[in-house]
Design a binder for this molecule. Structure first.
Ligand SMILES: Cc1cc2nc3c(=O)[nH]c(=O)nc-3n(C[C@H](O)[C@H](O)[C@H](O)COP(=O)(O)O)c2cc1C
Length: 210
């Protein structure tokens, strides 16, 4: 904690822009380290704190313990951003109401479904989440591929696509064979071909909605 305090104070002194930090629950399940660190962050002038309540050793296993977000929220008056296991848009609203956090952060669910953010906003406004078509999902997948190639270059983007494209097809029929097919993808053209042939295969089964 002393080293964390020193670090936070130094960064706070060095920058004038809003300064936020993100923490896990700590080394053990109690969450006491997260609470301690949040209090230190608050006293060092940090502007907001994001909490992903899994322990350091937990990796991504098990579920995040949202009660630690509530505990942190009770102890500090700076905004607390809750994070962990928001899979559906409804989960975001549930996290806000269950923990009292000020905002939510969405990680993995956004990789395959970037529209989760607008879906959450729709729920906030009291609207229904718009139904997504299969075409929408594949269009997004292709845009993600093309943007990644533009941003990272073809080689690095294709390497990343070997796992990332799999996030877009979670729960879809034949998704394991699609995931298998992209394991060695090495060019944008090849990736496009594999995406399109998987989409055709699903369309032939008559599936149009997710
Ligand atoms: C591909 C990937 C990259 C990530 N990179 C970072 C990172 O650089 N820094 C960080 O604090 N967390 C990182 N995370 C963790 C997420 O920010 C988040 O805390 C975690 O995925 C739990 O939220 P989720 O259940 O919404 O995914 C990463 C997660 C994934 C899946």
């Amino acid at each position: 904690p002393k080293r964390a305090e020193k670090l936070l104070k130094a960064v706070r002194r060095a920058v004038k822009i809003p300064l936020t930090i993100k923490i896990r629950s700590g080394w053990d399940k109690s969450g006491s380290q997260a609470i301690k660190l949040a209090e230190i962050a608050h006293s060092c002038g940090i502007d907001a704190i994001a909490v992903h309540p899994r322990t350091a050793s937990q990796g991504f296993r098990g579920m995040s313990n949202w009660s630690i977000i509530s505990e942190v929220k009770k102890k500090v008056s700076i905004p607390v951003i809750g994070n962990g296991d928001i899979v559906k848009p409804e989960d975001a609203l549930r996290m806000l109401s269950e923990t009292g956090c000020n905002a939510v952060m969405i990680g993995r669910a956004a990789i395959g479904n970037p529209s989760i953010f607008s879906d959450v906003l729709a729920l906030f406004r009291g609207e229904d989440v718009p139904q997504k078509s299969l075409c929408d999902r594949f269009d997004r997948m292709i845009k993600y591929l093309k943007d990644s190639v533009e941003y990272l270059g073809e080689k690095q983007a294709c390497f990343m696509m070997r796992s990332r494209l799999g996030w877009f097809v979670k729960g879809m029929r034949f998704s394991s064979s699609f995931r298998e097919s992209i394991k060695h993808v090495s060019s944008e053209e090849q990736a496009l071909e594999l995406i399109r042939s998987y989409q055709d295969m699903l369309m032939q089964t008559g599936q149009t909605n997710l």
